[in-house]
Design a protein around this ligand. Sequence first.
Ligand SMILES: [Zn+2]
Length: 233
Amino acid sequence: MVKNTKYGNTDIDYTIQYAERKTLSIEVYPNLNVNVIAPLDASSEDIEQKILKRAAWIVKQKSYFESFLPRIPQREYVAGETHLYLGRRYVLKLRIAENESVKLKAGNIVISAPDLNPNKMKLLLGAWYYRHAERRFQIIMKDAFLRFNSQKLRFPEYELKRMKNRWGSCTPSGKIIINPEIIKAPSKCIEYVIIHELCHLVHPNHSKAFFQLLEEKMPDWEKWKMKLELMLA
Ligand SMILES: [Zn+2]
């Protein structure tokens, strides 16, 4: 059951799990769920008090995840507009042609089609991004996975899925989900998101141990996280 506590103007939703233990602990998961693990005899007032006491920390943890919100500006799919691919900006060129195609050519993304309707351009370019995302993520995933040799993970199932507010996520069963939109960011940023999610296969939360592992697998992760957030603004 989801409970709710107000902290100033902020609503904190959380679930409670009772366990044979002496102290109460709070976990914030990458999907923004807050879970309280409470001793069997804890009252709901005890729990609420603890939530309020740790509220600032909970909000901070949640905003850390929310900072992953992709902020890609709207596009109109008209000639001259710029579009990102692997961190570089390309100018859109539209050509009337018998056959449909999308090609990268000297700083341009050239879309050819019998008619240049913006909705059609959006579909063609979207499909092109998706195909490239599939290929690129596979290469980066295989490469990043090699760094996790000592963790003895099995190669994770992963899928591409457009998400409104996340670059990547990890399901409780260990499936990694990557937002194909991230193909617009530099390779290293994609690598960061994938390594971040691979670390979640070991630590499902953002604990100290999680960040230690992330630091070990990608010492300059913060630089790429920052770049990701800035470049798509
Ligand atoms: Zn995470």
